[in-house]
Write a protein of this length. Structure first.
Length: 167
């Protein structure tokens, strides 16, 4: 089975760009990509022929550390590591890189109301989600927060009764 292993490390001193190129060349056998800046390095590679993610991560870290050491890069600390099955790595790559963000117009479509009603709900309904950000063009929300509100919103159709007294 193939595993995609990501290894992020902090090094003892600033990275030499030439050393990173050499590490990348050495790890080409593992379909690796190498990135680094300052004292931070991140390497993604493919590890095969192990049965579980723990063994894949251990094997990947050993390969990465050995290659870094051969080119004079000393790891001070591992800051992150992850082993994903090839199927999970592909699934994650198919996801959009950013969450879906909606304006009042799209929020209104999700809720089945007017754009003006969205602004009214924002001002008056305690359970309405706050905007993620307010721009000159208006507020923006995470679409999932609007959908979650819609799922639990107890709508009362029609206008509320007025409290005016007839004379």
């Amino acid at each position: 089975m193939d595993w995609q292993v990501t290894a992020d490390a902090r090094t003892r001193r600033d990275l030499d760009p030439d050393a990173l190129v050499q590490v990348g060349d050495e790890l080409a056998l593992f379909d690796a990509s190498v990135a680094g800046q300052g004292q931070d390095v991140s390497i993604v590679l493919t590890v095969s022929a192990v049965d579980d993610p723990g063994a894949a991560l251990t094997a990947g870290l050993e390969v990465v550390e050995g290659a870094l050491r051969r080119y004079g890069v000393d790891v001070e600390a591992w800051v992150a590591g992850e082993a994903l099955s090839a199927a999970e790595a592909d699934r994650r790559l198919s996801e959009p890189p950013m969450p879906e963000i909606v304006s009042a117009t799209e929020a209104a479509e999700i809720l089945g109301v007017s754009r003006q009603r969205v602004h009214q709900l924002l001002a008056e309904h305690a359970g309405f989600p706050p905007p993620l950000v307010r721009l000159g063009a208006g507020p923006l929300w995470l679409a999932d927060t609007i959908r979650a509100f819609a799922a639990g919103w107890e709508r009362r159709p029609g206008r509320p009764p007025t409290n005016a007294v007839a004379s």
